[in-house]
Design a protein. Sequence first.
Length: 325
Amino acid sequence: MSILANALRPYWTTALNEVTGNVEKGVGGWLSDEDFQIYAPVRSSHFGIQLAESGPYLEALAADINRTAAAAFESIGQAGRSDVFPRSTAWILIKSYYAAFFAAHALMRMLGTSFINIDGLQASSLNKIARLYGYSQEEVTAGNFTAEFNGGSREVLWNRVDSNTGGVHEKFWAIFRQFIDGLSRDLLKSKTGVRADNQLVSAKLIELVGNLCYDSCPKGTWLSYVRNRVNYKHQYGAWYPYRGQRPSFLVEERRIGNWCSDPLALDLASHGDRTLLRFQETCGFIVSCCRILALDMADRCPTGRSFHTYGWLAIARIRQQRGGP
């Protein structure tokens, strides 16, 4: 198993690897079921939810992981070169971006933190339970939140995401950058695992943070920055008539299979001004990390069939049956 998988295993969401079966209801649906308790004052910006048992929440989290991980691998599986337009790389880049976006969501959830949009009905359920337990201090309104699960106390801590950080993609990447930065620092302080391996993985995550913040994107939104310029402004020569394309441009297309590699083998740092090569390697690294962690978690399901069997592993089986990697 990958050194990265070994180093990150202690950071798994507690008992998530024990979830089995084809779970379909995500955290949003779980909130609407109102099967939780609130024992502290609720503020619109942050609040805590207590669980009588962790199982239903973990199953909902697993459903969201399957949904986003499957979308990641389906997206990267379609990011191939066109025989009709062999010089076109726009959709390769866009699909690679979305694969990384979905994989980053799944990766964070496997490691204990979710980025979740609470809609109006789910906010109403939260406010209803807060009033029932006498802790409705402020009304929770719809919006984007992070949710951190504490398995020891069976509590989910929610914090509203700053509304001044741009659109939903920019908000997410800013949170993801903070999460990866914190994970890198935690690895250096860790007393578990092999210290040299922890240092190696920490250094690789620092390289990832550097790429997320590349080209004057200090909040970590660089992947979204490039995607927007390809998708909406038709830059980088990715669309016909492919003006401004350098001779080395088409090598970016060859990087679409890098997500099948060990993430530590991918080069994140030595691309100079080759923007699209840096972009493709960074997207592949995030998808590769998601793949490695999900494989490790599925292998360590103590009984039954891991929930991963019905998510990205199902996509992997389809790809293999049809000749894909």
